[in-house]
Design a protein around this ligand. Sequence first.
Ligand SMILES: N[C@@H](CCC(=O)N[C@@H](CS)C(=O)NCC(=O)O)C(=O)O
Length: 206
Amino acid sequence: MITVWGRANSTNVIKVLWLCEELELEFARRDVGGPFGGLQTPEFLALNPNGSIPVLEDDGAVVWESHSVLRFLAQKYGADSLYPTEPGARSHVERWLDWHISTLAPVLNPVFVALYRTAPEARDHAALKTLIERLIAVMIRLDTHLSAQPFIAGAQFSIADVAFGNSVWRWFAFPFEKPQLPHLEKWQAQVAERPGHRKYVTQPLT
Ligand SMILES: N[C@@H](CCC(=O)N[C@@H](CS)C(=O)NCC(=O)O)C(=O)O
């Protein structure tokens, strides 16, 4: 039995839910985090000492860190194309999973928090402007990358695309002026056709 711990509007939980749909896995989901709380209980901290979501439980295995969960599920249940075993092809998936965590999330998440989790009167507009400029520079880099190939890690849809789905969705939903990023738009239009994207990613930002 698979259990996914985490509220369904968390960007990191959404990755896991979408992959479960890709893999046609049955699972139970436990609402914790955000308004549901529950991340600092002894029960939850025993699963993930970081007190963060998502956490996956599967037949005695406990996995946290969203991209580790993606790798685990893809290795256990996935088709080779979602997480290639050939080292060269796999390295493309790995570097973009890492790039998301190291480069994109640190510039995208603060913009999201400033716009959706901070009262307008409490916003630091100068800081937000700088954050948006940094985010735009990173998104332009991603768009340039996608000018050469249809998917994040190459010619095939993979768990790297799953990792980026909600971040790119948020980017296009953000209410500020953005540069045209045609390759990223094309990528989003392609992945948005997938049932897991429709079911879990396509939701208003809250
Ligand atoms: N790098 C971690 C980040 C985990 C994280 O920060 N999760 C957020 C939700 S997206 C969280 O636990 N927030 C606290 C809450 O929801 O109350 C991962 O990718 O899983």
